[in-house]
Write a protein that binds this ligand. Sequence first.
Ligand code: NAI
Length: 270
Amino acid sequence: MYNLLKGKKGIIFGALDENSIAWKVAERAHEEGAEFVLTNAPIAMRMGGIKDLAAKTGSEIIPADATSMEDLNNLVEKSMEILGGKIDFVLHSIGMSVNVRKGRHYTDSKYDFTAKGWDVSAVSFHKVMNVLYNKQAMNEWGSIVALTYMAAQRVFPDYNDMADNKAYLESIARSFGYFFGRDHKVRVNTISQSPTPTTAGQGVKGFDGFISYAEKMSPLGNATALECADYTISLFSDLTKKVTLQNLFHDGGFSNMGVSDAVMERFTEE
Ligand code: NAI
């Protein structure tokens, strides 16, 4: 380990179970010397093993529904008390579509489902940054990262309305990132991750086909949750101070591929 986050304080959203990308980020951040608060929706606390993660990483848990300004205000205030100062890094690792959960086809969305999924998956990022910005809770040269997927740019039919939510999320990173950079020297980026076998990932219809197709298309193969955590740590570290307003693909090269030999072979078989 490299002590990349020594002395840094953070807030990590979205560790549900040990498959969660946020879980791996928390483990890696701990290894790199950071102190942080873990948070998740109150309902997720009952389902997941976040307490084990807290024990393992010496962190406290503060429940917060990321769509509730009241919860977020409380989270940020308490985190600064617990950590004894301002925040250096924040991970937003939150996604949920009610249309997907209820099996609604994209062409037959139910719009109160659409609105709820958009609030949880995209607007929550704006709300988190609103609270951090207005409370002046971030240290200069701090770093905020949200996780996204390439369906924001290209068509993946089964990704449903999460594609639209991710496009909105990435736009918020740029728009809010401007003000955060200008006023507080804080950087804001999104990491566009390969398909990854987590609870949220496996909720996508046809996920198995999806993940093996991406694996065969990518020259380096799919990026794992742990590799995503490593990349995230680099963005929280002082080694990436001038990287901001970016959507950064972390996908083994998938996003720039047209076709690969491995995929072509499937179509040229007799
Ligand atoms: P996960 O299911 O482990 O994490 C999703 C988290 O969102 C859970 O911890 C859940 O409790 C939390 N959440 C849901 N509603 C919430 C609310 N109202 N308030 C606070 N938290 C809430 O799955 P994963 O894959 O680790 O997801 C993390 C992020 O990575 C998501 O943004 C997801 O879209 C993104 N991502 C995932 C990919 C995949 O294939 N798994 C690929 C690219 C991006």
